[in-house]
Ligand binder design. Structure first.
Ligand code: XMP
Length: 507
């Protein structure tokens, strides 16, 4: 396995993912991890990540120089490169001209790192400091117009450093360079695959759980579903899944989740239906924040009550994944986010321990495991769904009738998108009930009924998003079907707002 030593750069998780793409297991740890721990862990290689600061600023993260003498190969990236220079007695200075973006480098010396990489290629740079003088024992292996040292190495000590970012796809041969480090320098074999993951995890779970019970909160999202699948494989009916249906899910979704899990997996499935109770609590509430709070509070009340009932020693399981556990610059598990929007378990509930079988995986890896476990595509590739559910898609007071109207309209919308073949090009799409009534005409009658807004966005990370350019003919079919098939809807509008200034959800 490979250690990604985290100095707080923005691409740290990406580095670990890229390493895993080459079938080598990688884990991220904080620069605060003691040297002894690193020594004991048996890493085949260490990668120093980028970081936001200058190595001369003593408040920026540093590391014990002895790490370079362990005999373990090291690759420093960006700040990591400057850090190696600084640790080894080289010189780092501010660039006369910062480099940012795609830059051409020229390879100037024979290097294992540049095997199968052409003399000139494009890399991604983002730095304001650079290595102006390589340390003794190091050879500069490439440069760009503005950066005399784009990479350097001490091949004898197996210490390599690159000023650019091989982990981002803008670096044309970045993947080859990383692979060379892993295979040529560290001698990794690339035998880490998902199948082993399932087998190993199931074996480990069996041993850990023994004949005890496990209780897991199932939300119907990808992570908790896959965690449930793995634990069920390991211990079958010793697993109880608690699924709270607060009545604010999409049409038939609660039934779909129940049907899928009871059919696919051996487990006890406990469903709590509590729509009435939620509607009662939500009566008269129109303020978005108050709504969210009410739904959240009520959800956890119901959820923990049920968990308390089911808890009988044994283990509590959750679908925490790797990104939930890492905080930038802190590395492994500095703060563990509890699942479901970070709510702590009440202290009077007693479990012997917590199980997080996906704690080392990234989202796309979780999806792969899910597919291998036979969980249907609808669940594995499920688009994000907000915790408060349709509650944030009904503006104003939430009533049973409005939920019904929205569920029906949303189901028609989803069905048409599926049929149109553009589903995979959209990141998220759903219907909204803005609580507006407008005048319409149906036959010879005047109507005064609900308006439905439809929303579809494309995005990489949901921090920003574009409204999706759904073809007019698809929009026409959606509008036609919603107004024809859904009672109490006489008008459909399409939300053409990007984020910012809009958010994805309406509340
Ligand atoms: P916004 O509306 O903030 O949404 O642009 C960005 C993404 O987050 C989802 N979202 C939530 N997810 N609990 C969640 O788990 C929430 O309370 C919540 N609110 C919004 C939203 O669907 C979108 O994908």
């Amino acid at each position: 396995k490979i250690l990604v030593l985290d100095f707080g750069g923005q691409y740290n998780q990406l580095i670990a993912r890229r390493v895993r793409d080459h079938h080598v297991y990688a884990e991220i740890k904080s620069f605060e991890t003691p040297l002894e721990e690193i020594k004991a862990a048996g890493y085949k290689g260490i990668i120093f990540t980028g970081g936001p600061n200058s190595v001369y600023d003593m408040t920026s993260p540093h590391y014990d120089k002895a790490i370079l003498d362990l005999g373990i190969p090291v690759l420093g990236i960006c700040y990591g490169c400057q850090l190696i220079s600084w640790m080894s007695g080289g010189k780092v200075e501010s660039c006369k001209k910062s480099e940012y973006g795609k830059i051409e480098i020229t390879v100037s010396a024979e290097s294992k790192l540049f095997k199968d990489v052409p003399e000139k290629s494009i890399v991604w740079m983002s730095h304001t400091d650079y290595v102006s003088e390589a340390p003794e024992g190091f050879v500069i292996t490439s440069h760009s117009d503005d950066c005399p040292c784009a990479s350097m190495e001490n091949a004898e000590k197996k210490i390599y450093a690159v000023q650019f970012h091989p982990e981002v796809t803008h670096s044309e041969y970045g993947n080859v360079i990383l692979k060379n480090f892993l295979y040529e320098v560290c001698g990794c074999k690339g035998d880490w695959v998902m199948d082993n993951f399932i087998e190993n995890t199931v074996a480990k779970l069996k041993e850990q759980i023994g004949d005890k019970k496990v209780v897991l909160g199932l939300s119907g999202g990808v992570d908790s579903s896959v965690a449930a699948g793995l634990i069920s494989r390991a211990v079958g009916k010793q697993l109880t899944c608690v699924f709270v249906d607060q009545g604010l899910m999409r049409k038939d979704e609660g039934d779909f989740v129940e049907e899928t899990f009871t059919r696919l997996f051996d487990m006890r499935f406990v469903r709590v239906n509590c729509q009435k109770q939620f509607l009662e609590k939500l009566k008269g509430i129109t303020d978005p924040e108050e709504k969210r709070k009410t739904i959240g509070t009520e959800f956890y009340k119901v959820f923990w009550d049920k968990i308390r009932e089911e808890a009988d020693g044994g283990f509590f399981a959750q679908g925490t994944i790797y990104p939930d556990r890492i905080e930038s610059g802190k590395g492994d598990a500095a703060t563990i986010k509890t699942h479901h929007n970070q709510v702590k378990m009440p202290e009077d509930i007693n479990f012997d321990g917590v199980i997080e079988p996906l704690g080392d995986l990234f989202k796309d890896e979780v999806r792969k495991v899910g597919e291998k476990l036979g969980i249907p595509k609808e669940l594995v590739w499920r688009q994000p769904f907000p915790g408060p559910g349709l509650g944030v898609r009904i503006i104003g007071e939430i009533t049973e009738d409005k939920i019904k109207v929205l569920q029906e309209a949303d189901a028609v919308f989803r069905d048409e998108i599926k049929k149109s073949g553009i589903e995979s090009s959209l990141s998220q799409f759903f219907a909204v009930l803005p609580n507006v009534q407008t005048v319409g005409v149906m036959g010879d009658h005047r109507t005064y009924d609900h308006l439905i807004a439809i929303r579809a966005v494309t995005t990489d990370d949901f921090m920003t998003a574009d409204w999706a350019k759904i073809p007019y003919d698809v929009l026409a079919r959606i509008s036609n079907r919603i107004t024809n098939e859904v009672d109490h809807v006489n008008r459909v509008v399409y939300d053409i707002t990007s984020k910012p200034p809009g958010t994805v959800e309406w509340e």
